[in-house]
Design a protein around this ligand. Structure first.
Ligand code: PMP
Length: 430
C-alpha cells in the first residue's frame, strides 16, 4: 500500500510537471492538482461536488413558529473559540445559564439545567425521568404537543390517558381535576403555548389540583417563554421546560428544564432506571453541578457553542426584563391582530385573552390554497410563515413574531407580504 501510495504521488508530480510545462496557468491551480490527486487515491467514494461548493445561507425573515432570527450579539457569542466542556470556565458559564433559567422560569429550583438537544430532548427528559413503565399519565391534547408527549410516554411503557380537545380548544380547571381524579396519574402534561393552534392555555390553579391528587404538573413553554407570563414556583409547576430557538432567540439545539423538589423526590426514588442514558437526570444533575458533589464527571460532551449562545440570549432577556418582554409581545401581537383583521382575515382563536402572543394563527381564507400562499410569500418576500402542524394542518396559517423579531416594523412586513399573497394567489386552486 505504501509503495503504491509513493508511486501514485510520484506519478502525480510527473503529471504536474507536464501540466506546468504545457500550461503554466493551470500549474498554479491548486484545485486541479487536488482533483488529479484525488482521482488516484485509494478511496472509492469521491468527495461530493456539492460539499466542495462554498456554503450559502440566504437571509430569511423567520416569521413562522420558530426558529426565530438570532440577533448578531447571540450569533457572535456562538462563534467564540471552543473551550473544553469540563473546563472551569465552562462550568461558570453553565452556572450562569442556570441562574438565567431561574430568572426566565421564575424559580429557585436547584435542579435546573439545559439539555443538549432541542425542545424534544427536554420533553423526553421530563417524561423518562419522572415516569416508570406501567404508571399512569394524563396528557392534555389540543394540538400536536400533547400528541407528541403521549407518544413519548407510550414508547417508554407508561399507561397513557388523554384529555382531548380540537386544536384551539382550551381546558378548564374543572375538566382537568375531573380527569385527574378519574385516572389518578403520576404526571399531568399541559402545553402553555400550543404553537400548532396559537393558543395560550391558562395555568393558574392547576398546580394546586395536581398537588391535591399527588400528581406532578409538567408544563411545556417552548413557544411561550419570554412571550407570555409563567411563574414556575408561584404556579406550583413541578417540571417546566422550554427551547432555545423561539422568544429566547438562540440557535436551535439547547433546551432549559427545571425540576422542583417534588419532581426530584419522584425521579430519584425510582425502582427502574430511565430508558435513556443520555437523558438520565442522575448523570445530568452531576454534569450541571446540581447534585452537591464536589466533582463533575464526564457524562457527554455538551454543545459548547450552543451554551455560549444560550447564555447570551438569557442575558438579553435579563437585561430587557421579563415584564417588558411580555408587554412587548402583547403589544406587537395586538398590532398584528388589527392589521390581519383589516386585511379581512379571521383570527383562529376568537378569545384574544387565549391567544399566544408569540405565534398568531389565522383561519385559512376561503378560496385560497394555503400552501400556495406560503410558497408565494417565501419566493417574493424571503419570509417564512407556516401552515398548521399535526391536527391543525389545513386549518391555520401561523405567523410568529418572537423575541428579537417582535417589532411593529416586522408586523408591517408580515402584513404587507400577506396582502400581496392575498392579491396574487386569489382563488387559484379553490
Ligand atoms: N413544544 C412546543 C410548544 C413547540 O412549539 C415545539 C417546537 N415547535 C416543541 C415543543 C419542540 O421543540 P423542538 O422542535 O425544539 O424539538
Amino acid at each position: 500500500v505504501m509503495q503504491r501510495a509513493l508511486f501514485t504521488r510520484g506519478a502525480l508530480l510527473t503529471q504536474q510537471a507536464a501540466v506546468a510545462r504545457d500550461c503554466p496557468l493551470a500549474a498554479r491551480s491548486a484545485p486541479l492538482l487536488q482533483r488529479l490527486e484525488r482521482s488516484m487515491s485509494s478511496v472509492t467514494i469521491p468527495p461530493p461536488a456539492c460539499i466542495l461548493r462554498p456554503l450559502e445561507v440566504p437571509y430569511r425573515y423567520l416569521f413562522g413558529p420558530g426558529p426565530s432570527n438570532v440577533p448578531p450579539r447571540v450569533l457572535a457569542s456562538g462563534s467564540r473559540p471552543i473551550i473544553g466542556h469540563l473546563h472551569p470556565e465552562m462550568y461558570e458559564i453553565m452556572n450562569d445559564i442556570k441562574k438565567g433559567i431561574h430568572y426566565a422560569f421564575q424559580t429557585e429550583n436547584n435542579m435546573t439545567i439545559a439539555m443538549s438537544g432541542s425542545g424534544h430532548a427536554a420533553m423526553e427528559c421530563a417524561v423518562f425521568n419522572t415516569v416508570e413503565p406501567g404508571e399512569s399519565v394524563l396528557i392534555a391534547i389540543n394540538g400536536i404537543w400533547g400528541e407528541r408527549v403521549a407518544e413519548i410516554a407510550e414508547r417508554m411503557g407508561a399507561n397513557v390517558h388523554k384529555l382531548v380537545k380540537a386544536p384551539g380548544g382550551h381546558f378548564t380547571n374543572i375538566e382537568i381535576e375531573k380527569a385527574i381524579g378519574k385516572h389518578k396519574p403520576v404526571l399531568f402534561f399541559l402545553a402553555h403555548g400550543e404553537s400548532s393552534a396559537g393558543l395560550c392555555q391558562p395555568v393558574d390553579g392547576i398546580g394546586d389540583i395536581c398537588r391535591k391528587h399527588n400528581c406532578l404538573f409538567l408544563v411545556d413553554t417552548v413557544a411561550s417563554l419570554g412571550a407570555a407570563p409563567i411563574f414556575m414556583d408561584k404556579q406550583n409547576i413541578d417540571i417546566l421546560y422550554t427551547g432555545s430557538q423561539k422568544a429566547l432567540n438562540a440557535p436551535p439545539g439547547t433546551a432549559p428544564i427545571s425540576f422542583n423538589d417534588r419532581a426530584c423526590h419522584k425521579m430519584f426514588n425510582r425502582k427502574t432506571k430511565p430508558v435513556s442514558y443520555l437523558f438520565d437526570m442522575t448523570h445530568l444533575s452531576n454534569y450541571w453541578g446540581c447534585d452537591g458533589k464536589a466533582v463533575r464527571a464526564y457524562h457527554h460532551t455538551g454543545p459548547v457553542s450552543g451554551f455560549f449562545a444560550l447564555r447570551e440570549s438569557l442575558a438579553i432577556l435579563a437585561e430587557k426584563g421579563l415584564e417588558e418582554s411580555w408587554r412587548k409581545h402583547k403589544e406587537v401581537a395586538a398590532y398584528l391582530y388589527r392589521g390581519l383583521e383589516d386585511l379581512g382575515l379571521e383570527l383562529f382563536i376568537p378569545d384574544k385573552d387565549l391567544r399566544l402572543p408569540s405565534v398568531t394563527t389565522i383561519s385559512i381564507p376561503e378560496g385560497y390554497d394555503w400552501r400556495e400562499m406560503l410558497v408565494y410569500i417565501m419566493k417574493h418576500h424571503q419570509m417564512e410563515m407556516t401552515g398548521g402542524l399535526g391536527p391543525s394542518i389545513g386549518m391555520v396559517m401561523r405567523i410568529g413574531l418572537m423575541g428579537y423579531n417582535c417589532e411593529k416594523t416586522n408586523a408591517d412586513k408580515a402584513l404587507h407580504a400577506l396582502a400581496d399573497a392575498l392579491k396574487n394567489c386569489k382563488k387559484s386552486k379553490a
